[in-house]
Design a protein around this ligand. Structure first.
Ligand SMILES: O=C(O)c1cc(=O)[nH]c(=O)n1[C@@H]1O[C@H](COP(=O)(O)O)[C@@H](O)[C@H]1O
Length: 236
């Protein structure tokens, strides 16, 4: 992926997606999530690729190793740049995901980077304790999943900005820290819990930021993108 913000294309149709993208040309990173992919299927990926976008396919696979492996083999053929699984699926599942990607790209396609979702940014300390029955602090749980992801051979994690620095320390600067939950100081949090500004992401060492509603819901999405990009690069 380019080192620029990844715009979450959380739209319910190709029509709305391409209307939104008119302001962006092919020079940004985009994320296709479950809503858009389930609606439009692989065709949406082919169209975005044709226009030159770098693509994060965010389907958060989490199943038995064999199912994840064979699904990844199929998805690898789409020619995407980045894809994810839930780290909670475990080491064997993550290794199987990698195997599937390798198999699906053995004809010469570039293997997409594979990252593990640690704890969703919509999760807080209380949920981890009460609903997941995890007795260690949330940051420790995220760090545990980051190390497990690294030991499984993956390229990085999805985490919140709050955990980027500690993951960099344990897993290295090159290990991807892809951070959603990005909000400007004056915007609403919606369903996110572990939020941070683009400036904070820059300081914490996030390697990528994922931004949806702060751009897609802005009155001027291109201006919002430029503002966030400059803040994240530390040039503002
Ligand atoms: O894997 C993701 O992209 C993801 C992981 C996570 O922990 N939290 C999270 O918000 N996301 C995705 O990042 C995007 C954030 O959107 P906004 O909250 O609108 O910026 C959504 O498309 C989520 O599906």
């Amino acid at each position: 992926m380019k080192t620029s913000p990844i715009i979450a294309l959380d739209f319910d149709s190709a029509e709305k997606t391409f209307a939104f993208l008119k302001a962006f040309e092919g020079d940004v990173n985009v994320k296709v999530g479950m809503q858009l992919y389930y609606k439009e299927g692989p065709a949406i990926i082919a169209r975005l690729k044709e226009l030159g976008y770098d693509i994060f396919l965010d389907l958060k696979l989490h199943d038995i190793p064999n199912t994840v492996k064979s699904s990844m083999e199929v998805l690898a053929g789409l020619g995407i740049n980045l894809i994810n699984v839930h780290a909670a699926g475990g080491k064997t599942m993550m290794e199987a995901a990698l195997e599937g990607l390798d198999k699906g790209t053995s004809s010469g396609l570039v293997r997409p980077s594979l990252i593990g979702v640690t704890q969703l940014t919509s999760t807080d300390e209380n949920q981890v304790r009460e609903e997941q029955l995890i007795s260690v602090p949330l940051q420790e749980s995220v760090l545990h999943y980051a190390k497990l992801t690294k030991n499984s051979g993956l390229d990085g994690v999805v985490c919140s900005v709050h955990e980027s620095a500690v993951i960099a320390e344990a897993c290295g600067n090159e290990f991807l820290k892809v951070t959603p939950g990005i909000r400007l100081a004056d915007s609403g949090t919606h369903d996110q819990k572990r939020i941070a500004t683009p400036e904070e992401a820059h300081l914490a060492g996030s390697t990528h930021i994922v931004v949806g509603r702060a751009i897609t819901g802005a009155a001027d999405p291109r201006a919002a993108y430029e503002h966030i990009n400059a803040s994240w690069r530390g040039t503002k």
